[in-house]
Design a protein around this ligand. Structure first.
Ligand SMILES: Nc1ncnc2c1ncn2[C@@H]1O[C@H](COP(=O)(O)OP(=O)(O)OP(=O)(O)O)[C@@H](O)[C@H]1O
Ligand SMILES: [Mg+2]
Length: 461
């Protein structure tokens, strides 16, 4: 369709206006280097009609547009000095049918200063984002949810069920369990599953706060409340957690005087900053945890009875890992896939048996660490007993190189020998890819003897 003169004129006007607005300067030259379009008024104070048809080198100092005409190579984001200004310019050749027929020069910023302003602005924005992120972290939103608490143990499943029900209420929850059993995971998960999930989750480690700083740490203080106090005052952890959840970890380490104050706060549902005279209404759910038997501590007077009952409205007693037989295998596989990201890692029966037989004083945390360190040693994609620490590879390697130590769980010799035999056979079967002849060879027995032993020990072939 052929456009009318009016149409073309209108389009040219729009284009001119666009150029005017988009660039600080624009120049177009033809194949001889002569100017065909010139929008440099703002910068050079030269009118377009005075320069049309002139060679670009006669009009603009230091120009390189005629060079781009020769090379056909664009020059983007160059800095050029024009009338004392360092301008940011781009030069682009116009190519038709593989031939350079002209070139366009544009100026995006009339001063590098402008680019600097932009970059300064960007830096400021970056710093702002960083601050906001830090603030978000400080708010300590819960990090773990119930989905991350893995278990195949019926008792744990019940505890998770109870914890989920408690999450829907405002009741105080007290979690007891040995180190590494998952107390902190539970505390986070309860907050995360409650309607308070978008409000802060503030953890206080009662064992790490010096006795005389406890009150100010928990309730805050007004400026100049005591000697050595900051002139700005300080917001206490309870106030920070307002609307959300406070997690009192290592509760048994809370000093008795503090226990009295905490009890009062729970009863009155308000706090007062030290040196302040205004009470602040509290809406905080309290979750607490301890790896000591708190009830026993109430008997000896180290922990207040009344506070214990206030905090232990819902009580969760997490069993140690050695009592959760099924969890060792489950968690081992979980940590194997968690730490070996690039290739799947298998584990031999023998290694798994050793893990299952171990007593796990450090519970799940210890298991996680053992798997992580074993994977650092691993040569192939199968984790064997050789990569496990000696105290765990208690039942010895299948090759007998490490010797055999007895477990202290009171089994008799016959049972232990059967156990060892079973592990060795399983390991041999595993390593031989379930080939009985090879496995028998590895074990130094006849194939029929192997079948007999497998039958006796109930090993499925
Ligand atoms: N059920 C579970 N599923 C997956 N990982 C778990 C589980 N329980 C614990 N863990 C792992 O063990 C680690 C220790 O758990 P957590 O910090 O909750 O223990 P804790 O009871 O608070 O121990 P401590 O008394 O030493 O503070 C966690 O970081 C997590 O990696
Ligand atoms: Mg903990």
């Amino acid at each position: 369709m052929i456009k009318s003169y009016e149409q073309l004129k209108w389009e040219m006007e729009i284009l001119d206006e666009f150029i005017e607005k988009a660039y600080e300067g624009l120049i177009i030259i033809d194949r001889e280097g002569k100017i065909v379009k010139f929008k440099y008024e703002r910068l050079l104070d030269i009118k377009e009609e005075d320069v049309i048809g002139k060679h670009v080198t006669d009009v603009i100092e230091n120009t390189r547009l005629h060079i781009v005409l020769k090379t056909g190579t664009p020059e983007i984001g160059d800095i050029q000095k024009i009338k004392g200004h360092d301008v940011v310019t781009s030069r682009i050749p116009i190519i038709r049918s593989g031939e350079v027929v002209g070139a366009v020069g544009t100026i995006l910023f009339k001063d590098v200063q402008e680019v600097k302003h932009l970059s300064d602005h960007l830096e400021k924005m970056k710093a702002h984002v960083k601050k906001v992120n830090k603030e978000l972290k400080r708010l300590n939103l819960a990090k773990y949810s119930f989905e991350q608490i893995l278990t195949a143990d019926p008792q744990m499943v019940m505890l998770i069920h109870t914890a989920k029900m408690a999450a829907e209420t405002n009741s105080s929850v007290y979690i007891e369990g040995a180190s590494g059993t998952g107390k902190e995971y539970f505390a986070h998960a309860i907050h995360e599953a409650s309607y308070r999930r978008y409000a802060p989750f503030i953890r206080i480690n009662c064992a790490s706060i010096p006795k005389d700083l406890f009150e100010s740490e928990l309730f805050g203080y007004e400026p100049g409340a005591f000697t050595g106090a900051s002139t700005h005052g300080r917001i206490g952890k309870f106030e920070l957690a307002n609307g959300g959840t406070i997690f009192l970890d290592e509760l048994s380490a809370m000093p008795l005087e503090m226990q009295v104050k905490l009890l009062r706060v729970i009863e009155e549902r308000e706090i007062e900053r030290i040196g302040g005279n205004q009470s602040i209404q509290l809406d905080v759910r309290i979750i607490s945890a301890s790896n000591e038997n708190l009830y026993d501590l109430t008997a000896t007077g180290q922990f207040r009875h009344d506070l214990y009952y206030r905090l232990n409205v819902v009580g969760l007693k997490l069993p140690p890992l050695k009592e959760r037989q099924r969890d060792v295998a489950l968690l081992t596989h979980h940590f194997l896939s968690q730490f070996a990201k690039d290739k799947p890692i298998e584990i031999t029966k023998q290694a798994l048996n050793a893990l299952e037989a171990y007593s796990w004083p450090g519970n799940v945390r210890e298991l996680r660490n053992v798997i992580e360190s074993a994977l650092a040693l691993i040569q192939s994609n199968v984790l064997t007993i050789r990569e496990l620490p000696e105290n765990i590879s208690l039942y010895g390697s299948a090759h007998g190189s490490k010797g055999y130590a007895f477990a202290s769980d009171g089994l008799d010799l016959k049972v232990k020998l059967d156990q060892l035999e079973r592990q060795m056979i399983e390991e041999a079967l595993y390593q031989s890819g379930d080939c009985k002849t090879k496995a028998a060879q590895m074990l130094g027995i006849h194939r029929t003897a192997l079948y007999k032993k497998m039958h006796k020990l109930g090993i499925l072939s």
